[in-house]
Design a protein around this ligand. Sequence first.
Ligand SMILES: NC(=O)c1ccc[n+]([C@@H]2O[C@H](COP(=O)([O-])OP(=O)(O)OC[C@H]3O[C@@H](n4cnc5c(N)ncnc54)[C@H](OP(=O)(O)O)[C@@H]3O)[C@@H](O)[C@H]2O)c1
Length: 252
Amino acid sequence: MKIVVIGGTGLIGSQVVARLKTEGHEAIAASPNTGVNAVTGEGLAEALKGATVVVDVANSPSFADDAAMEFFVRAGRNLAAAEKAARVTHHVALSVVGTERLLDSGYFRAKLAQEELIASSGIPWTLVRATQFFEFAATIAAAATVDGVRRATSRAIQPVASADVAALVAELAQAAPSNGMVEIAGPEKMPIAELVRRYFESIGEPKDVLTDDAVGYFGTMIDDRSLTPEEGARISQKRFGDWLAAQSKRTS
Ligand SMILES: NC(=O)c1ccc[n+]([C@@H]2O[C@H](COP(=O)([O-])OP(=O)(O)OC[C@H]3O[C@@H](n4cnc5c(N)ncnc54)[C@H](OP(=O)(O)O)[C@@H]3O)[C@@H](O)[C@H]2O)c1
């Protein structure tokens, strides 16, 4: 079947497209780089012609509060309208575990708005909520470093391999819509400070990180429940340490 992957050139999207092609589907990577812009609507109608399923794994180029809201709301509305016109029968999208617990952050308010647009669109849907990707550890580690001093919270994170998230998204894109949400997380829960230490150690940098719970998560105060999944989540097998080791091998 024809499956259009909005954001199909990104970290998750490129892996979803590859998996769907392996499964024999006509999987189209749709993004500004391939002439499809969900925010302006450019190229959407053409890309969706004959599509059965749309997978949305696009991300806002800016995480600033207003920019993220504008991105997810405009893209959400444009996608719903284009999917209705093309008679798409299943919309699959990717969001973040804990979104409704992180609403002090404009980015998460925008993700919640995206989720609400999907649930009220009238198009059958499935939402996947994932915890932070292993690949996102570099961004978390960079944010922990201010004026050469590294500080991170002891609150819990349960990171997941992006490959495992992509596999679940691809699996659900081929299944019937559930009009519901599935969560996925990695197998290990750890303090964010430990994730930051392990990341720096793996790239050969000093791993001294002060534990400071006043730091929060990108400026938002969190507790041990904020970023971790509910009971019943899919727990994938790939471990953060194995992924870090594989990354260091690749770069050495
Ligand atoms: N980072 C995490 O740890 C994490 C955890 C859970 C869930 N998520 C969610 O996972 C999703 C995918 O994240 P990712 O890391 O794979 O993103 P990414 O690598 O940054 O890729 C973003 C994708 O969005 C596309 N895009 C940007 N502007 C667009 C537009 N106007 N119209 C259509 N496509 C557009 C980009 O296309 P171009 O290549 O053409 O620019 C690219 O394909 C996001 O929704 C995010 O909220 C992330």
